[in-house]
Design a protein. Structure first.
Length: 270
C-alpha cells in the first residue's frame, strides 16, 4: 500500500507541474498579444492614415479598428470611424461598410460629414448587388434577386431627401435612375411569370406596384399592359378597359397595341 500511495502522489505531482508549466507558457496578457499596446491615439491614427494613403486597406482596417476599440471617445474617433467605412468599401467588405456606416449615422446624426456615410452605405449596397449578379455573367441582371440593389436605391433616396445640397447628391441621383429602371424591370419579369402561370391577380398587383412605386420609370407602359392582360384573365372587362384606355393615351405605339386593339402576350383577348 505504501508503494502504491507514493507512486500515486508522485504521478499527481508530475501532472500538476505539467499543467503549471503549460499555463505558464500560454499565460500571456492581452497587452503582450496586442501589437498596438502602448501606442497612443495620435500615433495609431497616423499609422492608419499611412496605410490608407498607400492603399493597404487590410492593414488600415486593422489599425482603424484598434483605434475605434481603444479610443472610442478620443479626438480622432469620429474621423477614424468615417475612414473605416471607406477602408471597408475599398477592400470589398461591403456588408461591413454598410454596418459601419449605419453605426456612424446612428451615433453622429448631426455630424457635418454624415452625408458621406449615407453615400458610402449606398455605394456598398450598389457594389454588392452588381458583384453578386454580374459575376454570374448574366445578360439581364434584372431577372435575378435584387435585394442589395433595392437597399442601394433606398439608401440613395434617403441621402437625397435628407441632404439635397450634398456634393454626393448628383451622383446618387444618377444611380437612382439606373436602379429605378432595374428594379421596375425586375417586377415586370415577376409579373410576366405570374401571367404565364395563370396567376392573374398577382400579375395585376405587380403591375400596379411598378406604377405606384416607380412612376418615373420607362417600365410603366409595360406595367399597364400587364394589368390589362391580368384583368382580362380575371374576366374583369370593365377594369381591363379602364386600364387599356390609359395605355392607349400614354403609349399609343406600345408593341401590344395594334391600331388600338390590345394583343395579349399569353393567350387571346376577351
Amino acid at each position: 500500500m505504501r508503494v502504491f500511495s507514493a507512486a500515486h502522489r508522485f504521478g499527481a505531482l508530475a501532472l500538476s507541474l505539467a499543467l503549471l508549466a503549460g499555463c505558464a507558457s500560454n499565460d500571456t496578457t492581452p497587452e503582450e498579444d496586442d501589437e498596438f499596446a502602448g501606442v497612443q491615439e495620435r500615433e495609431l491614427y497616423e499609422l492608419a492614415r499611412t496605410a490608407l494613403d498607400s492603399n493597404r486597406f487590410p492593414i488600415a482596417i486593422e489599425r482603424l479598428e484598434a483605434l475605434d476599440t481603444r479610443y472610442p471617445f478620443g479626438p480622432h474617433a469620429e474621423q477614424a470611424q468615417l475612414e473605416l467605412i471607406y477602408a471597408y468599401y475599398e477592400n470589398s467588405n461591403w456588408e461591413e461598410a454598410r454596418a459601419a456606416a449605419s453605426r456612424f449615422i446612428r451615433l453622429h446624426p448631426d455630424h457635418p460629414q454624415v452625408d458621406y456615410a449615407y453615400y458610402l452605405r449606398g455605394l456598398s449596397a450598389w457594389q454588392a448587388g452588381r458583384f453578386s449578379l454580374e459575376r454570374l455573367r448574366l445578360i439581364d441582371i434584372s431577372k435575378r434577386d435584387l435585394g442589395a440593389s433595392r437597399d442601394a436605391y433606398n439608401d440613395f433616396r434617403e441621402l437625397i431627401q435628407r441632404f439635397p445640397q450634398s456634393q454626393y447628391a448628383p451622383d446618387a441621383q444618377q444611380r437612382i435612375v439606373y436602379l429605378r429602371e432595374l428594379l421596375a424591370r425586375h417586377e415586370l419579369h415577376v409579373a410576366d411569370y405570374y401571367l404565364r402561370r395563370g396567376a392573374f391577380l398577382a400579375a395585376v398587383e405587380r403591375g400596379r406596384w411598378v406604377i405606384e412605386n416607380y412612376p418615373e420609370s420607362n417600365a410603366t407602359r409595360d406595367a399597364l399592359a400587364i394589368m390589362v392582360e391580368g384583368y382580362q384573365g380575371l374576366g374583369m372587362s370593365d377594369r381591363s378597359n379602364e386600364v387599356l384606355a390609359v395605355l392607349r393615351e400614354n403609349a399609343p405605339d406600345h408593341e401590344q397595341l395594334d391600331n388600338g386593339r390590345f394583343r395579349p402576350k399569353h393567350g387571346s383577348s376577351n
